[in-house]
Design a protein around this ligand. Structure first.
Ligand SMILES: *[C@@H]1O[C@H](CO)[C@@H](O)[C@H](O)[C@H]1NC(C)=O
Ligand SMILES: *[C@@H]1O[C@H](CO)[C@@H](O)[C@H](O)[C@H]1NC(C)=O
Ligand SMILES: *[C@@H]1O[C@H](CO)[C@@H](O)[C@H](O)[C@H]1NC(C)=O
Length: 235
């Protein structure tokens, strides 16, 4: 008798159950529709553009041959002169480098800009590295400043070769194996959904390097820059 009484109290009324399922399905559709809409309109939040960045990377190489620090200085001072701080927040501290391990490759990066829809940083290593590009949720433009980057996709029997001044464009959702055969530094620009890229960027820290201070610094800088951009209205 006791258990029967409890059942009649806790078993949901059939009508409540139907309402629950309808809300769940409606909620899921609403979420999918919202994500679809956000994805369709994300372009309006972009401030930087691939064409100007490509020109800037080429100008930086021309103005400071054989001088990587000079190229980086050229890029940062051009960007701060071009974009008012009310439009986009940029990290001008070019001493702020952190290690980056992702997809099996290792290098260091200096984050110039991080927001919800755009990411701009210098990535490279004087030693060379090799790995998986990651199946990113953003379009990626890899502007070679110094050295060479090699890449290939399954089925290709010859490698693609990217030299200083060229840009390796990797559309959202596509993957390659890449190698910086020897020392190579690049200006990397990603536009799309940056927060969804981060799990790939951080996975190696948990499964391989266990380098928590580096992980902490990377998260700290990325969150700081993203918040500063949100405060200036840059999504
Ligand atoms: C920034 O660089 C671009 C590309 O080289 C150039 O056209 C532009 O004039 C530069 N802007 C400033 C403010 O230096
Ligand atoms: C750059 O460095 C290479 C090798 O160190 C040298 O051969 C070349 O002449 C240098 N170029 C300039 C413009 O300094
Ligand atoms: C720039 O970054 C370096 C390394 O993180 C740090 O030691 C230095 O205090 C920073 N400088 C400024 C002005 O924030």
């Amino acid at each position: 008798m006791m258990s029967g009484a409890r059942n009649s109290q806790t078993a949901p009324h059939p009508k409540t159950l139907v309402t629950k399922w309808i809300s769940l399905v409606a909620g899921t559709f609403l979420l999918i529709a919202t994500c679809g809409w956000l994805d369709a309109v994300k372009d309006r939040w972009y401030v930087l553009d691939p064409t100007s960045l490509h020109e800037l990377a080429q100008a930086a190489i021309a103005s400071s041959p054989n001088d990587t620090a000079g190229m980086i200085g050229h890029i940062v001072s051009n960007l701060t002169a071009t974009y008012p701080s009310t439009t986009i927040s940029l990290n001008t501290n070019s001493s702020e480098w952190v290690f980056n391990n992702a997809g099996g490759a290792m290098g260091a990066m200096y984050i110039i800009h991080a927001s919800i829809t755009e990411y701009l940083f210098i990535f490279g290593t004087p030693l060379g590295t090799e790995g998986h590009t990651g199946r990113l949720t953003a379009d990626d433009y890899f502007h070679i400043l110094v050295g060479e980057q090699w890449a290939f996709s399954p089925g290709q029997l010859e490698m693609e070769r990217y030299l200083p001044g060229s840009v390796h464009y990797l559309p959202r959702g596509t993957v390659k194996q890449y190698k910086m055969h020897e020392g190579c530094f690049a200006l990397e620009y990603a536009r799309g959904w940056i927060p969804l890229m981060l799990p790939f960027g951080f996975a190696d820290s948990f499964t391989s390097t266990l380098d928590m201070p580096t992980l902490y610094q990377t998260v700290r800088i990325t969150v700081r820059e993203t918040l500063q951009n949100l405060l200036t209205g840059k999504i």
